[in-house]
Design a protein around this ligand. Structure first.
Ligand SMILES: [Zn+2]
Length: 57
């Protein structure tokens, strides 16, 4: 089974270990947090604590 490889130079996916542009392709890492930043859930928690302190929750 071929791995899906990713050329960071061309920003494109392919199955070759070397892109036609000459760059070595890499295995793309799965996006753990997606486009959201990793502190989004932390901010939500902080916001909730703020609301609670004001008696809004
Ligand atoms: Zn390329």
């Amino acid at each position: 089974m071929n791995h899906i490889m990713f050329c960071q130079n061309c920003k494109s996916y392919m199955i070759m270990e070397q892109c036609s542009c000459g760059s070595k392709t890499v295995i793309p890492k799965p996006a753990r947090y997606g486009p959201e930043d990793p502190y989004a859930s932390y901010r939500r928690t902080a916001k909730e604590a703020q609301l609670k302190s004001r008696g809004w929750l």
